[in-house]
Design a protein around this ligand. Structure first.
Ligand SMILES: *[C@@H]1O[C@H](CO)[C@@H](O)[C@H](O)[C@H]1NC(C)=O
Ligand SMILES: *[C@@H]1O[C@H](CO)[C@@H](O)[C@H](O)[C@H]1NC(C)=O
Length: 184
């Protein structure tokens, strides 16, 4: 479970009933065939996400930059429900050069890497990210995010990305809009 928690942000709370595991194995979601890391770097704002905390914060955003070892530095930050700002620095890389959009990411040395699959991005406007962790052979827990270069994203783009994910068998009703108003 911690593996999944480590994916998102910092708040080290227990997984509550915010995220109900699904039955069976992970849905067969396809990542993009390619990923141009240079074009993917920079700032992204969270538009929609599957919640894993009952009380989610706001203003979540990420900045991706290239490290000297070729990995990607992931700098996440936002505002907690109580108004405090939080941040977390993670490390991401693609372990298999033949599958460049299937990244792994982790936010602390003591936590294992979790999946971060780029399902669809146009680099300039949006990115759709999917992550699934099998819990046992019988269950899985999955997460998805839609991030955008702006704090807002056209509803038509959101709808088409949701449709894409739904076509892979993912329950997109779990998406919740991230509040990007009144941000620092
Ligand atoms: C790397 O990805 C290719 C293409 O999907 C796959 O055939 C191969 O088994 C993968 N290699 C490893 C070590 O997982
Ligand atoms: C961001 O929004 C502004 C205005 O709301 C628009 O002019 C600009 O093209 C948008 N940028 C992107 C990358 O969508």
């Amino acid at each position: 479970m911690y593996r999944v928690l480590s994916l998102l942000l910092t708040v080290p709370v227990c997984l509550t009933n915010a995220q109900v595991p699904g039955f069976g194995g992970c849905p067969k979601v396809q990542a993009q065939a390619t990923l141009d890391v240079q074009k993917y770097l920079g700032d992204w704002f969270e538009i929609l996400a599957f919640p894993f905390l009952l009380e989610s914060g706001k203003c979540s955003r990420a900045t991706y930059s290239l490290k000297q070892d070729g990995h990607i530095q992931v700098y996440n930050r936002g505002v907690q429900k109580d108004g405090k700002q939080f941040s977390a620095v993670g490390d991401a890389f693609a372990p298999n050069a033949s599958e460049p959009a299937k990244l792994l990411v982790k936010f602390s040395n003591s936590s294992p890497y979790a999946n971060y699959w780029v399902v669809d991005t146009d680099y300039d406007t949006y990115t759709l990210i999917f992550s699934c962790e099998p819990l046992t052979g019988l269950a899985h827990v999955n997460f998805a995010w839609i991030l955008a270069r702006n704090r807002t994203l056209d509803a038509s783009v959101v709808q088409s990305l949701e449709g894409k994910l739904a076509n892979f068998g993912v329950d997109t009703s779990k998406f919740r809009a991230t509040d990007q108003s009144g941000c620092p």
